[in-house]
Design a protein around this ligand. Structure first.
Ligand SMILES: Nc1ncnc2c1ncn2[C@@H]1O[C@H](COP(=O)(O)OP(=O)(O)OP(=O)(O)O)[C@@H](O)[C@H]1O
Length: 222
């Protein structure tokens, strides 16, 4: 397995808070694996995600991607080329179709796919979004369908790291299960490193590795 992301001596605290959120955290995430991060509310899961996604910088320590500090890669370059984020609220552009949402993300991130439209349509079809649905304004799709579109957007971009913050938080049980299985395929079939933040134990069980954020550190549960 390829070591893709390394967290080295990570420390983080909000300047208006007395307590640090994490103390000297060291973790390794590999390509081709699906990870769950569990933790109680306020334990710092979303903050951790923003640090590994390059949306914020550690107070001490480093985030290393493919052997290189993300500060050295350049935060903008890292966010554009190396990482895709899937949000609980999907974050699709509301005035566009599913297809346009995906193709424009592929353009912004300089996807290597030659025929981006055909590739996006084929990937959408794989997750049950027909061409007819793909051409509709995304606001006309159900929550489960919108989350599939958001995941296909991550699949179609070349970034090898995919991070998701409570991606099933707005979905029913059946849709949640289908979405986590999609993430599994993304990790196993496309060799991506997928890190999912969730508070749902049933969702976490589907993952290859479970890390629990507790007492300012990450414990290996599975
Ligand atoms: N911008 C901020 N400024 C100051 N404190 C913050 C900020 N964002 C979050 N916090 C605090 O940091 C702690 C961790 O927040 P975070 O959102 O990372 O936790 P979480 O585990 O994702 O919680 P939840 O499961 O409820 O979303 C909380 O105590 C929160 O109030």
């Amino acid at each position: 397995m390829t070591r893709l992301l390394e967290i080295k001596d990570l420390n983080y605290w909000y300047t208006n808070k007395e307590d640090a959120l994490y103390n000297d955290v060291n973790l390794t995430f590999e390509a081709g694996r699906l990870y769950a991060i569990l933790g109680s509310s306020g334990s710092g899961k979303t903050t951790f995600l923003s640090l590994i996604a390059g949306l914020d910088v550690p107070k001490k320590g480093d985030v290393v991607y493919d052997g290189k500090s993300i500060r050295k890669i350049g935060m903008t370059q890292y966010r554009n080329r190396c990482v895709s984020i899937v949000f609980q609220s999907y974050n699709l552009l509301p005035y566009m179709s599913a297809l346009e949402n995906i193709v424009s993300a592929m353009e912004i991130t300089h996807s290597k796919q030659k025929d981006r439209r055909a590739y996006a349509l084929a990937m959408l079809e794989k997750v049950g979004i027909t061409k007819e649905l793909a051409l509709k304004n995304v606001q006309h799709l159900s929550g489960g369908q919108q989350q599939r579109v958001a995941i296909v957007r991550a699949m179609c971009c070349d970034a090898q790291l995919v991070v998701a913050d409570e991606p099933t938080g707005n979905l029913d049980e059946q849709n949640s299960r289908e979405i986590i299985l999609l993430f599994k395929r993304l990790a196993h079939e496309q060799q991506k490193c997928v890190i999912v933040i969730t508070h749902e134990k049933d969702i976490a069980k589907e993952c290859d590795t479970i890390l629990q954020l507790k007492n300012k550190t990450f414990q290996l549960v599975k």
